[in-house]
Design a protein around this ligand. Structure first.
Ligand code: GUN
Length: 297
């Protein structure tokens, strides 16, 4: 049996980065430098790594980036004051508060406090609402927008396709469904959203032309849950113990890649699939925020 085509997130993200760089250069030629501020609260190792990677890529593209690190015990009011200051700073076009946040901070209040015109994460209720209503929000959440770009740029037929999404989180599952069910070009899918209380999960998955795994369980999707020829997108990032590894663990996706690639028609590697796309969409959103704020393009 032939193995699945690999959907190369690194190559596709590199394409998007070069488009973003061209837009950044055009802004810089007008004396406008796009700027993003990252806010990290505490020292969660995964958040540290993500923010570092996002900041480094921003700088590489000519986007000014700044990272504010706050103590794990920071009260919500202090974070709100910082957001208010960033909202009013004209050099800051995009604001990203890295989730998860410590338990004394109510995440949804933070995301709502960010000026929706600087909400490059696409988490503000105005942007989420517009996405659901099909009203072309300024920003779509980066990970599902990145998955959408992967599908579009690998010419996966979406209109009328059976899409099954595993996971109903606000960062991936829910906005992913909203993107793919719109009455729009590159959408118009029949979307099924599965979650921890869903029954008959394998049966639903086997109907999928496009199966998107975003529920955060290592190797949950097995070969017998995949229709032969289906497109499989693995959003998961899970730590599993690995005594051979330097730090005692390794990162794996929600898909049992080696087995599923024997059945699927196309599949994202993990790492190297969805991950790089999230950063690409974030920086594209940052340039979009700048173009909109400066009334360019
Ligand atoms: N944590 C995991 N994914 C994301 C994301 O896309 N944005 C933010 N701000 N935090 C996250």
């Amino acid at each position: 049996m032939s193995t699945a085509q690999l959907i190369d997130g690194k190559a596709i993200s590199a394409q998007i980065h070069s488009e973003t760089k061209a837009r950044t250069d055009a802004l810089c030629a007008k004396g406008i430098v796009p700027g993003i501020t990252f806010v990290r609260v505490g020292e969660d190792p995964a958040s540290r790594a993500y923010v570092r990677m996002k900041g480094a890529k921003a700088e590489e593209l000519g986007i000014r980036s700044e990272t504010v690190v706050l103590d794990e015990k920071t009260p919500q009011a202090e974070l709100m004051t910082l957001i208010d200051k960033l909202n009013r700073d004209p050099k800051v076009h995009g604001i990203l508060v890295q989730a998860p946040l410590p338990k004394q901070i109510r995440e949804e209040e933070i995301f709502s406090a960010i000026d929706y015109r600087k909400d490059v994460d696409g988490f503000h209720p105005v942007n989420v609402g517009k996405l659901l209503l099909g009203q072309n929000p300024l920003f779509k959440p980066c990970t599902p927008a990145g998955v959408h770009e992967l599908l579009i740029r690998t010419n996966v037929p979406i209109s009328g396709a059976e899409v099954v999404i595993l996971g109903r989180g606000n960062i991936v599952g829910k906005p992913m469904a909203a993107i793919l069910l719109q009455k729009e070009k590159h959408a118009d899918a029949t979307v099924t959203l599965l979650h921890s209380r869903s029954k008959n999960i394998p049966t639903h998955c086997r109907r999928a032309d496009i199966l998107i795994a975003a529920m955060g369980q290592a190797h949950f999707v097995k070969a017998d849950m995949v229709k032969p020829g289906a497109v499989v997108i693995d959003v998961g990032v899970n730590r599993i113990d690995d005594p051979q590894a330097k730090n005692g663990y390794r990162l794996v996706g929600d898909v049992d890649f080696e087995a599923v690639r024997q059945v699927a028609g196309a599949i994202t590697p993990n790492p190297g699939g969805v991950g790089p796309m999230t950063i690409a969409m974030l920086l594209s959103n940052t340039v979009r925020a700048t173009e909109a704020a400066e009334k360019v393009a």
